[in-house]
Write a protein that binds this ligand. Structure first.
Ligand code: GFB
Length: 353
């Protein structure tokens, strides 16, 4: 056949941890890792969870993002393309070895398909594994310790054309060296069009401030860890990776209504021509409270309905100013996208007053 097979090999992984924001952090790490090892990255589907459904849903990578811009940085192809064209040649069922750092689960190996989303992920592509490979003590930080050379010495592409990882070959939150790779991650036309259409038809003409309110019950549980965790989840995005900009507080994790309204008004007063506020939230959009607080400034408040996390993010990316939740990886997505385009972002409750 005429299919091009990369002699440097491929990297495959399951984005098996967390929801969209977590998976996006991991994606940037996997991209940097693949570049470091000089292997083609197979773009995995995004894993989603629907309430009440026991099995995860796999959404093809290019439903949400363009593939072409990523190719400016490194060689990539979608999982669907890989399974259709490449796997039949170099990754036949008898060659499918799962990679993991160390034993996972009961029976000794990687147990790459044990549990949700692990099983449903590989089942989507009819993949079963015939063996396991423990790669420890190797790790993913290819920016230090000559790590890429060590991987390629232990697993030369000629003998190991495909490295298939049980979880993302990346850290969470995203390693600082991989943050800027976000600029290659660009919304698909379908998501972009929905965001543009909302901005054009729903928001009044003029500037808008985008805000993210992460306030569902799962988040209350997360914020209980604040006292023991000075740099919880995505908090390095405001506090710095070594807490050089401060320590986490409860107001940063779950800002009070008072903090939200005060900070929002202050941001708006410092800007020209703001006509509206766009609220993205997993739970309580606070449209009434915010609407009342901004009435005298003649600023309207809006949300997207029905709810759609990716379109929410694409709209937040376009705002004249964004206020996010420092601990949330969902906010971190927008912060990185805006940094890449030189747009301003601030965070609830930070810096402390
Ligand atoms: O994106 P994510 O990993 O960010 O997970 P965190 C939060 C999910 O909640 C998103 C929904 O993927 C969305 O499905 N969500 C959050 C939202 N904010 C919004 C919003 O403004 N609009 C819409 N439409 N949906 C972590 C999780 O969340 O929270 C961990 O990744 C864990 O797995 C923890 O569950 C409690 O970093 O905020």
């Amino acid at each position: 056949s005429n299919v091009y097979i990369d002699p440097e090999g491929y990297i495959l992984y399951c984005p098996c941890m967390g929801r969209f924001g977590n998976q996006a952090d991991h994606f940037l790490g996997a991209l940097g890792f693949s570049k470091g090892l000089n292997r083609t990255l197979v773009l995995p589907p995004w894993i989603e969870y629907r309430y009440g459904e026991p099995r995860s849903i796999q959404v093809p990578f290019d439903t949400y993002f363009k593939v072409e811009p990523l190719k400016e940085y490194h060689r990539v192809l979608t999982m669907e393309e890989f399974m259709k064209d490449i796997a039949p040649q170099i990754w036949t069922p008898d060659k499918r070895i799962a990679f993991c750092y160390t034993m996972r689960g009961e029976s000794g190996g990687c147990n790459a398909k044990e549990g949700n989303p692990f099983g449903p992920f590989w089942d989507t592509y009819d993949v079963d594994f015939v063996g396991s490979e423990f790669y420890g003590p190797l790790h993913y930080d290819t920016y230090h310790h000559d790590m890429s050379t060590k991987w390629n010495e232990k697993y030369p592409p000629s003998e190991w054309p495909v490295l298939a990882f049980t979880g993302a070959p990346a850290s969470f939150p995203v390693q600082i060296e991989n943050r800027d790779l976000h600029k290659y991650l660009q919304w698909s036309s379908s998501i972009q069009d929905k965001a543009r259409n909302f901005i054009k038809t729903v928001l009044p003409r003029g500037g808008f401030v985008g805000i993210h309110l992460r306030n569902g019950i799962d988040w209350v549980q997360v914020c209980k860890h604040v006292p023991q965790s000075p740099n919880l989840f995505s908090a390095p995005q405001c506090l710095g990776y070594r807490n050089e900009h401060g320590t986490l507080t409860n107001e940063i994790c779950q800002p009070s209504t008072e903090t939200i309204l005060r900070q929002l008004k202050r941001v708006i007063r410092g800007m020209d021509d703001v006509k509206s506020v766009f609220v993205a939230s997993d739970s309580n959009h606070m449209l009434k409270e915010i609407g009342n607080a901004l009435k005298r400034m003649e600023i309207s408040v809006h949300r997207l309905e029905p709810s759609d996390p990716h379109v929410d993010l694409a709209i937040l990316g376009q705002a004249n100013h964004f206020i996010g939740n420092c601990v949330s990886s969902f906010s971190a997505f927008t912060k990185r996208e805006r940094d890449a385009r030189g747009l301003p972002t601030s965070f609830w409750g930070f810096p402390a007053e």
